[in-house]
Design a protein around this ligand. Sequence first.
Ligand SMILES: Cc1ncc(COP(=O)(O)O)c(C=O)c1O
Length: 398
Amino acid sequence: MEEQKMTAGDRTVYPNETMPERVRRVKPFLAMEILEKAKQMESKGVSIIHLEVGEPDGDTPYAIKEAVIEAIRDNDTAYTHSLGKPALRREISLYYKNTYGVSIDPSQVVVTSGTSPAMLLAFSALLERGDKMIMPDPYYACYPNFVNFIGAEPLPVRVCEEDGFKLLADDVRKKLDPRVKGVLINSPANPTGTVLDENELRELADLGLYIVSDEVYHGLNYKGRDHSILEFTDRAVVLNGFSKRNIMTGWRLGYLIAPSFMVREMQKLQQNMFICACSFVQDAGIAALRESPEVLAERFSDYDQRRLYLYEALQQIGIAPAKLPDGAFYMLANVKKYTDDSLSLAQRILEETGVAVTPGIDFGPGAEGYIRISYACSMENLKEGIGRLKKFFAALDK
Ligand SMILES: Cc1ncc(COP(=O)(O)O)c(C=O)c1O
């Protein structure tokens, strides 16, 4: 294919020459690339089972859709306050009070177009150039990209399968140096499904560092109730959103909760970069936060059945992780006996079986030799996918 030329004023420039270092360092998000390839195969008639995406199955609940339709009918379509609609910010603070017993002033809440922009605001406000941010490896693929992008340094700490991939306070202590500004936690976690318990969270909070706590998988905890980091410290920025819990991935709505002194700085960034989150989708957020705990429990009881089914199936194939994950909707299947190149293996699995899985390497060197399987799909699809994977690995065993 001919290289595309771009013009800037009277000079002809080529894309590779103009791309700044900080952009070139951003790695592609392989889960999205596999998804795009799988969709392309699907459009040519290939039967694909999607076990790669972190997207809950099912439709966005009726009441949430109705809230948006009503808001649009009311012509609620103008820019909102850059920090979000006051009603939604109040609802979020009420939700944290009712769910975790913590008192958050609505002025500490910043509404964003998804959890991902909230990450950009949080890391930008927290990290100086050269500061280090500790995070567990395996990690959610985008974290180090955000940290690198703003000129800070991700400091991944290898967590191991036998310990359930937990990042504990002792692991963090060993990595401390004066440039470490904070710790990033994600419980329940992507890609491991790991849940940190109350004590483990408290011990991390007691380190006295800033904690950025990505709570987007709260609600998907099969063992007990989730704990927000705000129960243990105020020195924290919470990231959260509606994508997973309320089946709203494409709606692009999230938020962060930050110490008051950071909010003004974040507001300036939001005003410049994003202006505000979508006005009528913010009404959907209010409806989503009002979904009853019973409705949520019912929604996630299906996930638990799939989790148990998947774990047993992976054990039969011989690739189950050492511990049954307690949360989210992912498992990291250990395929080290077959490969140390998870990307090639995932591509082969897709091409030969039509099952889309995410290569572990997307989630850091600590996840190489694994593939991530998402069970946020129907039981029927999960069973079909597992059937195909069983044959694939049985053939490799021969
Ligand atoms: C750990 C984690 N944080 C954040 C996100 C992004 O969520 P959102 O859709 O709210 O931007 C994801 C998406 O998969 C995720 O797994």
